[in-house]
Design a protein around this ligand. Structure first.
Ligand code: MSP
Length: 523
């Protein structure tokens, strides 16, 4: 039994149900899944939450357009996100929908606490409002078009709105937030985002309008049913709903709050790193430990958008590359935190080089030699050379330490770079040692080399499980690694000799390039 290292709580943003999931959504969820899986294998008790954000004017309008009720609309789209999580092999422990009763109770519970603490007051509000962003903008943030339209920095059109509204005393939290950022230097990551947030807060915060009267598709404000809550106070509360809030004594709440990481896209950092900790501190609840904002995917240089018709569906990716290769590519290609550009060309190159030729080839070459030349059993050997021991040190002892360290700061690309270096080292070793030559010249040494490689494959298969769970399962299965020997605790326990392996099967097929297919047809 692995040592229990304590609780670890990770969340994705909850996704708007006005559209089908695309590459951007999948990206956040896969990143969180890798962390959740890694932490479980590393001995933590993990809670991993994802879900859907189902209230707001946008949803109501989208439902009206389709001629269905908002609930029917959200049921349909929430299912898309749930299905995708399954297809992408996402290991979430819960899936929250903001239209659930448990969530309404939590949002109202937080509201009541803020009222109790004197943090909410009623006033009236007028300003330029963008329905698409569910946000008000100040005049100086807007551009005015020739025909007098006001456009927000996000490109959304604004309209003048005037309504009675409840306000949260955000302005009182400017100093406490700045102090919080100072005392918790790792709260906002990466650094560039942290600087951006701090300078925004230093500019001074205004009280925040947190209720709406112009539509009713939302959580009702307690004791004033003409108001529904502003979508962001509603949505952010999901992170504690899932832990049993408003019951702060609930086991889950006690165990998992504050969250270790809220993973978000850079566009929603302000809500998570300013509003959310302010709401929580005002309600006397600890803020989360970290908000990590990743970058955006563009498609061959362009922003992904329905009107450009370049939205990448995760299902297309899966069809072309498979689930695991898609997961690997997303996290390997772009430094996590930066923007990245998607192209099939890069995907094929990366997948072929590192998965098909790299890991796939290493496993295939090694296991088929063992199968043919060692009676299909792992050789029993003892005399290791410096070259063998060097590889063990790198892959069995040090690799996990590098990966653990990088994942603790959400550097998925760096973790995978260490993995790739280990695969390359093993492939270089097989070329240098040339076990196919040793077969005649020195069969005993051949056995040692093949054992060394099999042991490296076991360790590589173990550490890569969070990224490519299905393939590593196949790989560990071929090596007959027992289920209870797949935690990271099992890494230092060497592969036993004498065990029979399964007939090896390729784990990563090479992906044919479109131009190769054409050449192939012409030939
Ligand atoms: N509902 C809010 C989040 C509330 S959390 C309390 C929301 N939803 S969203 O569906 O619009 O976006 C969810 C996430 O997907 C965001 O983190 C966003 O940054 C991410 N992405 C959407 N498009 C993206 C790309 N093109 N690239 C990478 N991620 C992007 O915001």
């Amino acid at each position: 039994m692995a040592e229990n290292k304590g609780a670890y709580y990770i969340t994705t943003p909850i996704y708007y149900v006005n559209d089908k999931p695309h590459l951007g959504h999948t990206y956040t969820t896969v990143a969180c899944d890798v962390l959740a899986r890694f932490k479980r294998l590393d001995g933590f008790d993990v809670m991993f939450l994802t879900g859907t954000d189902e209230h707001g004017l946008k949803v109501k309008q989208a439902a009206e357009k389709k001629g269905v009720t908002p609930q029917e609309h959200t049921d349909f789209f929430a299912k898309n996100f749930r299905d995708l999580a399954e297809v992408m092999n996402i290991s979430n422990d819960d899936f929250i929908r903001t239209t659930e009763e448990r969530h309404k109770a939590a949002a109202q519970g937080l509201w009541n606490k803020l009222v109790e603490k004197g943090q909410i007051y009623k006033d009236s509000y007028s300003g330029w409002y963008a329905v698409r962003d569910e946000a008000y903008y100040s005049e100086d943030e807007l551009t005015v078009t020739e025909d007098g339209k006001r456009i927000a920095p996000s490109g959304a059109e604004c309209e003048w709105m005037e309504e009675e509204s409840y306000f949260f005393k955000l302005s009182e939290w400017t100093e406490p937030l700045l102090k919080f950022y100072e005392d918790h230097p790792d709260f906002i990551m990466p650094q560039s985002r942290k600087n951006e947030v701090i300078s925004f807060v230093k500019g001074g915060l205004r009280d925040l309008s947190i209720s709406r009267t112009t539509f009713d598709w939302g959580v009702k404000v307690p004791n004033d049913e003409g108001h529904v809550m502003y979508v962001w106070i509603d949505a952010l509360t999901n992170y504690i709903t899932a832990l049993g809030f408003p019951d702060e004594n609930a086991d889950m709440f006690q165990k998992f709050w504050p969250a270790n990481v809220h993973m978000v896209g850079k566009d929603i950092i302000r809500f998570h790193a300013v509003y959310w900790p302010a709401f929580l501190m005002a309600a006397d609840i600890a803020p989360p430990k970290r908000v990590f904002a990743h970058g955006w995917w563009t498609i061959e240089g362009e922003k992904m958008s329905k009107s450009l018709g370049n939205v990448i569906s995760p299902y297309d990716l899966i069809e072309k590359y498979g689930v695991d290769a898609s997961r690997y590519f997303m996290l390997r290609e772009v430094p996590f935190g930066n923007d990245g550009d998607f192209s099939d060309e890069q995907a094929v190159t990366r997948i072929n080089a590192e998965l098909a030729n790299g890991l796939g080839n290493l496993a295939q070459r090694t296991l088929s030699m063992i199968f043919k030349n060692c009676d299909g059993t792992i050789p029993e050997v003892t005399d290791f050379t410096d070259a063998d021991n060097g590889l063990f040190t790198m892959i069995r002892d040090e690799l996990i330490t590098h990966i653990r360290r990088e994942l603790d700061v959400q550097k998925f690309h760096e973790a995978l770079r260490y993995f790739k270096m280990a695969v390359d080292a093993a492939n270089a070793y097989i070329d240098e040692q040339a076990p196919w030559k040793l077969k005649k010249e020195d069969p005993e040494r051949m056995k040692v080399v093949l054992y060394t490689l099999a042991e490296c494959i076991r360790c590589l298969g173990l550490v890569i499980q969070p990224f490519i769970p299905e393939t590593s399962e196949k790989l560990l299965g071929q090596l007959k690694i027992a289920d209870d020997a797949r935690n990271f605790d099992a890494l230092p326990v060497p592969l036993a000799g004498g065990l029979a392996i399964d007939k090896p099967e390729g784990i990563f097929p090479r992906i044919e390039r479109k131009d190769e297919e054409k050449e192939g047809q012409a030939a």
